[in-house]
Write a new protein. Structure first.
Length: 321
């Protein structure tokens, strides 16, 4: 569904993997060039301040959901290796949530701060993740990444809403509405259901979704750059650094241990570790503002993690592969 150079195609469930550092660097630097380009385009007012909100909405509600739906509609959901992957992901998520709850109890974080710290550790920049997987592992890797997203997107959204509303108890109605209105969750569920019911993308539907997908990732990376706010890095230095180090280094280490414990293959392990090594999602800021969280801290975490990930992803991928 998503088109890549054949030289990058890798077996989905290979037992070993050996990706040269030169290929990793060649794959990553164009992605960060797009992020930097988006930042400078926004700062210079090109193509206009009104462009970015519309671009973000177009990508979030149409282009990116089309990518997710198409990938999951064609994903090998009956592969016997998937339960191990989902088990390792669940194990890692459980470890992170347990650690965050202990830290909250120890430090006495209010929900406004706890929700921000949790999102900084658990949420991930899906655009950057899929663009990296596509470059390194080809279309087969994209199928595996889509399955991971189908599990992680609903899980981290639920946990984020619960964390931000922790002081007022679990508000079921806002949580349910948040999930129902989330186009990423809806597209993941729809793609998986389409696949499980035995339907196929025929009569040009696969080509239409490929066009949407090929538009989504470059536009998404430009929007990530446009959303960067280096000015938000002033203040709360300790929280910014500790959260970023945890997300970019500690979290992928726990993911790697979980993958090893459940004996995932080399490719499965690398892609799982990659997704847990990504900087947090820019959309975390929107949710934080909507639910009364610490928007200043959230903006700082997003900016710092995105900047640091240019180096940390190279390190993590070198160690994971």
């Amino acid at each position: 569904m998503y088109e890549f150079d054949e030289a990058y195609d890798k077996p989905l469930f290979a037992t070993t993997i050996n990706i040269p550092m030169s290929l990793t660097l060649v794959t990553l630097w164009p992605l960060f060039v797009l992020i930097v380009a988006g930042y400078f385009m926004k700062q210079t007012g090109f193509p206009g301040d009104g462009f970015w909100p519309g671009a973000e909405r177009l990508n979030y509600f149409i282009l990116f959901p089309g990518l997710l739906f198409g990938s999951l509609a064609a994903a090998p959901l009956d592969n016997p290796a998937l339960p191990r992957l989902l088990g390792a992901t669940t194990l890692a998520l459980s470890a992170y949530v347990t650690g965050l709850l202990l830290l909250r109890a120890l430090k006495g974080w209010p929900a406004a701060r706890f929700g921000v710290m949790l999102q900084g550790v658990l949420r991930f920049n899906t655009y950057l993740g899929l663009a990296t997987v596509g470059g390194l592992y080809g279309k087969e890797g994209m199928l595996l990444a889509s399955v991971l997203i189908a599990l992680l997107v609903p899980a981290v959204n639920v946990l984020s809403v619960l964390a931000l509303s922790a002081d007022s108890g679990t508000r079921l109605k806002p949580l349910a509405l948040s999930l129902v209105k989330n186009p990423l969750i809806v597209s993941c569920l729809a793609g998986a259901l389409f696949n499980l019911l035995g339907f196929r993308l025929n009569w040009g539907a696969d080509r239409l979704l490929a066009l949407l997908s090929n538009s989504s990732l470059p536009l998404g990376l430009l929007c990530v750059g446009a959303a960067l706010k280096p000015g938000e890095l002033r203040g709360q230095f300790s929280a910014l650094v500790s959260n970023s180090v945890a997300r970019l280094l500690l979290v992928p280490l726990v993911a790697w241990l979980s993958a090893r414990f459940l004996k995932l293959s080399g490719t499965e392990t690398a892609i799982m570790v990659l997704f847990f090594a990504l900087p947090t999602a820019p959309t975390s800021y929107v949710l934080t503002r909507q639910m009364g969280g610490d928007g200043h801290l959230m903006a700082g975490i997003i900016s710092l993690q995105t900047l640091l990930s240019a180096a940390s992803l190279l390190l993590v991928l070198a160690m994971a592969t």
